[in-house]
Design a protein around this ligand. Sequence first.
Ligand code: C6P
Length: 415
Amino acid sequence: MQSSTQSLDTQCRSDFPVLKRRVRDDKALVYLDNAATTQKPIQVIDAITNYYKNHNSNIHRAVHALAEESTEAFEATRSKIAKFLNIAHSEEIIFVRGTTEAINLIAYAWGRDNVQKGDIIVTTEYEHHSNIVPWQVLTQETGAELRYVDIDDNGELMLEQLDEHLATGKVKLVAVSHVSNVLGTITDIQKVIKKCKDAGAKILIDGAQAVPHMKVDIGNLGCDFYAFSAHKMLGPTGVGVLWARKELLENMKPFQCGGDMIREVHKQETTWNDLPYKFEAGTPNVADVICFAAAIDYLTEIGMDNVRNHEIELTKYALEKMSKVKGLVIYGPNDTKKQGGVISFNFKDVHPHDVATIIDKNGVAIRSGHHCAQVLMEKLDVAATNRASFYIYNTKEEVNTLIDSLEQVAKVFKL
Ligand code: C6P
């Protein structure tokens, strides 16, 4: 990374080899699909190569040198995450495959023993399927009820509905995104947590679109469960984190059985390992957990406030320019105080895939589709949207290319 007097994108862009790619008839790649997954800096790519070249070994088992080195590096990532998110007890950090697996772990290991007929689970209209379907399955199996907090016309949660649900006294769990992956809406998480605590309900936060983009202080949030994925914050795919309060984890049964999660096995019975290993069955994703540490180092060096400020600047710039493109409808708050670096939009009567295909010819990569949020699509009364999402390496010039490309679309469809 270069000097900090330069803009963030200038400081870090050259660390990302893929951003030098030319695509589609030699166009410069304009990667605006960061909410799906971010690109990886050379530091992360080198960390994985270094691990396989020099250290590869299973962990927590053998006593030889490589096993010791790998175990130490794996556990060092856990400690680094604890520091990054202000978590006092690193044994509360469970490595999983991603946000989806983290939420499923809670739905199975906590849900099956704590939710029953007559209970209510509350989620919201702007959740990713990963924070809806596990609760549908759980409530269908147990006879509990699944309720929603709706969104208003600005794409913000109608929290008075949460009050109504909590007032029943039957809510066991509220499961909510910290930041919506489609609208970019930032949930007033402190307010939601306070309401849940006052009502005695547990609270799970899907932080997949928050931890990569802003400072998150899990230690002081006061929630019960928090989930996020490494691949959305410069890290590798196949690694995610579930954080949960120790006493909850201690009282939960294991999610999967075998390998590291075991203390003693006899013919008819088994005892479980201590936290966090009780929830880390089998050989974990050692290489990717270890190289995730390089991603955290990279973000720490930048500073999460700088990450957020850069996204605010780009999003504000993009929203202003997009509001002038003919026929373009923008969903969500349209206000960077309440919105992360995500903008969803449609051209009236033009299918989002057509928009994405046309602008891809200019090298502009956005996502089109339902974004794994079909409940939200139903609410917006659309089958799909286009979505541009920004990260540390994106530039105002790239936003200009997006806008020029959208103007081309408007011309093609005579809007
Ligand atoms: N959203 C997107 O393009 P996994 O796949 O387990 O790492 O993350 C799932 C997930 C859960 N919650 C939120 C809010 C998310 O945004 C995602 C992943 C990607 O929006 C892929 S669908």
